[in-house]
Design a protein around this ligand. Sequence first.
Ligand code: ZN
Length: 316
Amino acid sequence: MQRPKRRQVPFIALAAGVLFLMTVSATAQQDFSKVQIKVTKVSGNIYMLEGAGGNIAASVGEDGIVIVDDQYAPLVEKIQQALKGITDKPVRFIINTHYHGDHSGGNEPFSKAGATVIAQDNVRKRLESGGTAGNGGSLKMDYPAAPKAALPIITFANDVTVHLNGEDIRALHFPSGHTDGDSIIFFPKNNVVHMGDDFVRYGFPFIDVAGGGSVQGMIDAMEKAMALLPPDVKVIPGHGAISNLDDVRAFVKMLKETSAVVQKAIDRRQTLEQMKQAKILAPWEKFSGSFINTDAFIETLYNSLTGQKGKFVKHN
Ligand SMILES: [Zn+2]
């Protein structure tokens, strides 16, 4: 069986992409001075903040602010300013949906300003050790060990609930989806959910196979989460516009269909190169993006389905 070609994706290719994964490449390449934080009321006392990197959810109320994800360190001041437009109360807790720098890069400055970071056990482990994220093939991104102040102070194996602003805000871990430390965050009173990067709107998703992710786990996470959610829930994706469960279903359908096609090709003993040459995912070309194009997604599915997984971080 032919091994996938090991080639480093140049940073410039990433810079051309729609998003940045790692704080290190982002801070080196991206000019944050022009980034503006857009605040959108999602429902009740839940807001969505968009700047650069992953979407932020904010529960704003009499007890203070809980945010889900915090983008990049250079944006924290702007994020705080944007939140001041809603309330003078401080950010007390941050829940990271996963370890990637475009979702956790603000941990250090927020912690230093007095907030407490909460995340699944594997988020802390990966931030603490540093490592390489990627699709198990050509897409590889090194990230450094995070400083102590950026590490989650409270970690959990399966779930945790933050009782604030009159709501039981629940983070529930789903193993081996986008990474091996993903959480989906439920705001039941407001009927809102933040799905982290298990659900994104930029086309074919990045699945961090090197970071313990898998397409099977991503499908599983979405199906289990949907079963827990009311049909009219407002969905905040890891990246992209506020969505609904129909959007999530369409995403899951694409994941299932494309993985079935790649699995069939694997069963026929096709090599990865043959799959790319045969353009086996041509019917889903509209999902091909500047970050994860069709070939990168074939590679992702191939590595995920053949078990060429990265190192799983074990918890419990
Ligand atoms: Zn991510």
